[in-house]
Write a new protein. Structure first.
Length: 553
């Protein structure tokens, strides 16, 4: 390593560490701090100037490792589970947003190819920001979270295609369409070859290395596979991003996939940090400030030009307005792949440096606004649901019509159905609320008294006649919706007895404070059963065990 490269790395990573930590303290994604670090060490601010070529070379490794890890995590089953709504809806949204953004950029003076890159930049969301804003629990346990996550996965795949096609079109050629078609065929052949050969060879090679029992050698082997395939792709005229993605895809179904992902993540985070620093180095603050009207227009395209078609597509599939707007709100930002696409365009000379800075400025602002936009979309969705639902009319003709002193059951999954069967067996009247449209539709078709909607929404609880119920059982996995439901139900019915499911001791304490009589925590129940069976094995009586477990409460 030369002294120049060492100083460049130290400046890039040191400033990224400081400003990334500051961004984290301000509850912003660290990538914002990394981009600010790039501005700090870039040529457009006073002080030390990092070597741009060295940083960009290292940044390419970051892109390769990022795409490699996405390939490793890709599961076709997850997309099939999301259904046609996401598999067809996400590409349709990207094409619409890209056409809208490209058209606006063309009207603002961009060339056709530059407009195409700008359109692509504003049509893609950030999986990293999505996880940061929503949280893993929301993405895994709520309908809008699962839809948003699946949508971002499909967008990631579309981005890979866009990199291939736009790179071919941007090449200096008299036959751009034929070149793009040829590049697509070459890319398809490369993908097929790597998947056919790599899915057999790469797992076998990594297995041999793993058998050596050296973690260091395994890490080196993983890096060689990821970066080597990316370099091979570059040699045959395919993008580095596509080569790395396909390498990950070839290993995705291997029993080594989890271990490989575990080893590549630290490398990915390190080099991805340098990638975001490189974006900051390329930004021209003067271009952003001088062209602020363009930045505002591009920001509106990122947020509304992407969010509105998503909301329309999700709503058109039969989902509630609150679900549709929440999905749109979570995806209404740009992110790492916007930077990848813009950087590719800049490197190929298709995107002007000033346009690059303005587009990246809009994306960075959208990242800063991601959390407020997601909250506002959810708030607006709940209000629209309330206005579109006439509680008196719906309650009069819905499954809760005429019920009083009944049980309102929020969540009709495996847990909720078990409770419902018990109530039915005892002749106790009940009505359930389920936010998963397909599950609710099946239950309603089977004659179950189920209402489709978000259990945390006031309008839905009104339809379930919460004001006349005697018991509320919350079996939803979403902690936020649980708290919203408990607060509204307690306000509407002071005599209501409430039982709720919690995911942690923190949630348990909060729900008890809100007036929930019984809170069931999965970890505590599991611990109690383990204690019970352990003590029974050593001859402790049931009565003594009950005393011990009561003391644990």
């Amino acid at each position: 390593m030369t002294g120049g490269l060492a100083i460049t790395l130290l400046a890039a990573l040191g400033s990224a560490l400081l400003l990334g930590a500051l961004a984290n303290r301000l509850h912003m994604p660290p990538m914002v701090g990394y981009i600010a670090a790039g501005l700090l060490v870039g040529p457009f601010t006073p002080g030390y100037v990092a070597d741009r070529e060295e940083v960009q070379s290292l940044a390419e490794i970051g892109v390769a490792l990022l795409m490699f890890s996405i390939g490793l995590r890709f599961r076709l089953a997850e997309l099939l589970e999301a259904g046609r709504l996401v598999v067809l809806g996400a590409p349709a949204q990207v094409l619409f947003s890209m056409a809208l953004g490209g058209g606006v950029a063309f009207l603002l003076g961009s060339s056709p190819i530059e407009a195409a890159f700008v359109g692509a930049v504003v049509s893609i969301c950030s999986s990293v920001v999505l996880v940061k804003v929503a949280g893993e629990a929301t993405l895994e346990t709520t309908l809008h979270g699962r839809l948003a996550l699946s949508w971002s996965i499909v967008q990631d795949l579309v981005t890979v295609v866009l990199v291939v096609v736009l790179s071919a079109v941007a090449a200096d050629s008299s036959q751009p369409v034929l070149d793009a078609l040829f590049a697509t065929l070459v890319a398809a052949a490369f993908v097929a070859a790597v998947l056919l050969i790599g899915s057999r060879v790469l797992p076998a090679v990594l297995s041999r290395v793993a058998l050596l029992g050296s973690r260091e050698l395994f890490v080196v082997a993983v890096a060689v596979v990821a970066i080597g395939t990316a370099a091979l792709a570059n040699q045959v005229g395919v993008s580095v991003a596509l080569g790395a993605f396909v390498a990950g895809l070839a290993l995705a179904e291997s029993d080594l996939a989890a271990s490989v992902l575990g080893e590549v993540v630290p490398l990915r985070e390190l080099f991805a940090t340098i990638f975001f620093v490189s974006v900051g180095i390329l930004l021209q603050p003067s271009a952003v400030l001088d062209g602020w009207p363009v930045v505002v227009v591009l920001l509106l395209l990122v947020v509304l030009g992407k969010g509105l078609p998503i909301a329309a597509i999700v709503r058109g599939s039969g989902n509630r307005m609150s679900t549709s707007l929440r999905v749109a709100g979570l995806i209404s930002q740009g992110g790492e792949f916007s930077f990848v696409l813009a950087t590719v365009g800049l490197r190929l000379g298709a995107v002007d440096p000033a346009t690059f800075s303005q587009a990246m400025g809009a994306v960075v602002i959208s990242v800063l606004l991601a959390a407020p936009v997601a909250w506002a979309a959810g708030w607006l969705g709940d209000r629209l649901d309330t206005r579109m639902t006439d509680p008196g009319t719906d309650a009069a003709r819905g499954p809760a019509a005429g019920l009083s002193r009944h049980v309102v059951l929020l969540g009709y999954g495996a847990v909720g159905r078990s409770v419902a069967r018990m109530l039915e067996g005892r002749g106790i009247p009940w009505v359930a609320v389920e936010s998963d449209y397909r599950r609710a539709r099946v239950a309603i078709g089977n004659g179950a008294p189920v209402i489709y909607g978000d259990g945390g929404a006031a309008s839905v609880l009104d339809v379930a006649r919460i004001e006349a119920a005697s018991l509320l059982v919350v079996a939803m996995p979403d902690p936020l919706a649980t708290r919203q439901a408990v607060i509204y139900a307690a306000r509407q019915n002071r005599r209501l007895h409430m039982i709720a499911r919690a995911h942690s001791t923190v949630d348990e304490a909060e729900l008890r404070r809100m007036g929930v009589a019984h809170v069931i925590t999965a970890e505590r129940q599991l611990g109690n059963e383990l204690v019970r069976h352990t003590l029974l094995r050593y001859g402790v009586s049931d009565r003594e065990i009950d005393v011990i477990l009561r003391r644990r409460e």
